[in-house]
Design a protein around this ligand. Structure first.
Ligand SMILES: NC(=O)c1ccc[n+]([C@@H]2O[C@H](COP(=O)([O-])OP(=O)(O)OC[C@H]3O[C@@H](n4cnc5c(N)ncnc54)[C@H](O)[C@@H]3O)[C@@H](O)[C@H]2O)c1
Length: 338
């Protein structure tokens, strides 16, 4: 017993991941929609993610998070995203803020079968979450998109939304560092020359202009009040700390990816819950419930809808599995000896 060869381990670098995923966002959007459906049907297992921090007074974005999940369905898989974040990596080290590895495990033997660069998948899956949500929560045919915070996460959001929603005519960009917004604008001009790019001089004018608004900053306190959101807005609160409390309290619908994951770590929704002004009962839905039709999405043109998506390991593991399967099929990657 125990004398069989253990399965080989496939390593996928970032170049391998992007080659396997291809240039479009459909692979991630499909994987995300499927994973939300499985999550809503309770065919996933997702322990609460631990935040590893060792500087008590450190920046909110300085941490390493372990995100394990099991994703069931036709092609079950287990895995872990181990994602580091250091807020000053871009300025201090010329590196991206986030870095990650994803490990996939065989659901039968529990052996690890693949290790891959995870920051690209993480950014792509986060954008796909906004895209899947926008299908259900944005006004159909929306034309104005706003992105505040134009780092790697913001870039992925804008490119994925433009690809998935050809109705968009104008993109408003704002970043505290103007070159980040201008750089993204230039990249958009090349890839989407018909889309008008507007670089806003302040966050308020950018937010007020958007029918769909995405925040991808590293803000550690709220700066976006409800008054800036126009009737009919869909706001994807990717960076979590940007929306003021009155956004949660006055939105027609508040949707989360997973209530238990969102309601912790001192995030705004957690603060409101502790104060007694928000609760699971006030929540409209978890996004998966909307994806499977158990709860309605947008019902009226004028509704203001907030998505507060903390980020689910289930989504990372499902996306990593999709990339892994394509890599195996296309013979991409490096097999490592055990
Ligand atoms: N919810 C999720 O699932 C999820 C997943 C991945 C990342 N994120 C979050 O996305 C955020 C962005 O990630 P990133 O890797 O692009 O970070 P980054 O640090 O590389 O880029 C952030 C950008 O936002 C700008 N910025 C910071 N504060 C701002 C403010 N108040 N107003 C306008 N611009 C501001 C910065 O100048 C920078 O260009 C992070 O907060 C991260 O935690 C969320």
């Amino acid at each position: 017993m125990g004398d069989a060869s253990p399965p080989a381990l496939l390593y996928l670098s970032r170049a391998d991941v992007t080659a396997a995923a291809g240039s479009g966002s459909d692979i991630f959007v499909d994987a995300v929609a499927g994973a939300f459906a499985l999550h809503a049907r309770r065919e996933t297992v997702q322990p609460l993610k631990p935040y590893l921090r060792w500087r008590p007074d450190g920046h909110i974005a300085d941490r390493i998070i372990a995100m394990p999940a099991y994703v069931g369905g036709d092609r079950p898989v287990a895995g872990l995203k181990w994602i580091g974040s250091k807020h000053d990596n871009p300025d201090r080290a010329g590196l991206e803020r986030a870095s990650a590895l994803i490990v996939l495990n065989d659901p039968d033997t529990h052996y690890p079968v693949a290790v891959m660069e995870g920051a690209f998948i993480s950014a792509a899956r986060t954008a796909a979450v906004t895209a899947v949500a926008a299908r259900h929560l944005a006004r159909p045919g929306f034309r104005a998109l706003t992105c505040v915070g134009c780092g790697p996460i913001g870039r992925h959001q804008v490119f994925t939304l433009l690809e998935q929603f050809p109705s968009v005519e104008t993109v408003w960009l704002y970043d505290l560092r103007e070159p980040a917004a201008v750089g993204l604008g230039e990249a958009l001009d090349i890839r989407h020359p018909k889309v008008e790019v507007r670089i806003a001089t302040d966050a308020e004018s950018a937010v007020r202009a958007g029918e769909v608004i995405v925040t991808a900053t590293v803000a550690d306190r709220p700066w976006l009040p409800a008054a800036w959101l126009r009737p009919g807005a869909f706001f994807s609160n990717v960076s979590i700390m940007d929306a003021a409390k009155d956004v949660f309290l006055s939105a027609d619908k508040v949707v989360v990816d997973d209530w238990d994951q969102c309601n912790r770590e001192g995030k705004i929704i957690h603060q409101l819950t502790i104060e007694g002004s928000f609760s699971r009962e006030r929540l409209h839905a978890e996004l998966g419930q909307i994806v499977i039709g158990e709860r309605p999405g947008r019902e009226r043109d004028a509704e203001v809808i907030l998505l507060n998506s903390m980020g689910m390991a289930v989504i990372d593991v499902a996306c990593a599995k999709a990339v892994h399967d394509r890599a195996v099929e296309a013979k991409i990657g490096t097999w490592l000896p055990r």
